[in-house]
Design a protein around this ligand. Sequence first.
Ligand SMILES: [Fe+2]
Length: 418
Amino acid sequence: MFERRPKKINYQTVLRDVARSMVRLKRPERLLKLITRYIDRELGLSHTSLVVLEETRDRFIFVDSKGSRRVPIGLIKFEMNHPLVLWFRAEKGKELKCEDFLQRSLLAKGLANGRLKMLVPERRQLYEKVKKAMDDLKIELAIPGYFKRTLIGLLLLGEKKDRKPFTKSEISFFQTLTQDCSMAVKTAEYHRSLIDKNVELERQLKEIHNLRKKEQETYYEIMRSLAQEVHAKDPLTYGHINDVEYLGLKTAEELGLDLTGRKRDILSAGLILHDVGKIGIPDQVLKKPTGLSGEEREIMKTHVDKGVKILEPLTNFKEVIEIVRTHHENFDGSGYPLGLKGDAIPIEARIVSVVDAFHAIVTSRCYRSNRSVELAFDELKKCSGTQFDPQVVDALIRMVHKEKVRRGSGFFNLFTPS
Ligand SMILES: [Fe+2]
């Protein structure tokens, strides 16, 4: 299908390879340079050059130039008013019937034989300027590459060694090649813009995430302070809420619970925050040491729902909220607010229930004595299997004995009012 040429090129193979590379390469500059070198090596023209539209879209720059008359690519740029750019952006050379390419020999002939004298002066001037630009850079053939009617690049070729004109099939080959290159440039540009957008999106998401995290941490700190305030207000308890946290974690360890990663933090937050809803209970009810009326008991029970509502804004606290919701459920199903039974109550809530009762007894002013720990054990055992999970009660008692051996009487001083 191709005419004879000094060095036979397998055009279809070249085009296929170009198309494959176009998909593979993220940086089309490499492909464009490879093409320039390929044409230079196979055809040995006086020069082979490629210019492409810069992404800023205000000029065309040389990607590469090869051959004995190569263009000094660092020195020459095509501004948007360069004759070749103007020509291919708007003119397309219809009068010379060379359609989507410019051949200097044909242009010279047209100007020499007077065929263009009929044109308006501006048009003729453009032809002359194009011819001069091609003369200056020794361009014999200029082929444009478009993408959606936008001029993306130009393949600029010097003379053949034998000085023969380019054949139609060679021009057709170069046109396809230039179109492929334009497509590669546009595809890479599109990829880059997608990557840039992704990077920006990721940055914004990270910023939102950090802000959200900060906000949640601040909220948690406020909740912790509230819980301590509530704990301090309660006339039945003494000591710091951190003691409850310590006892709960040690009991969980004694039970052999998995406390790795988030699990430890969840139990810890549950132990600290379970009564935070008491902040919404009136002082005359909260501070009443004993003898709550039926109505007052119902008011007191609402601290569970109030606590859940207070913690709801902490989106990462779903499991903690469940502990708060169920910390007054009883092992035999007689608790509130849901009447859950046995394993249906989260183990963390069962631990909170036992530890909170133990801590309340040993720190209570009503039980203030050296026997307070033993009394607390008796109370827990009495309610084991009904209010409390027996396994948790046993684990707490074992743990306290172990701690007593390990730390001596210092452990009990933890709960002794000053
Ligand atoms: Fe409670």
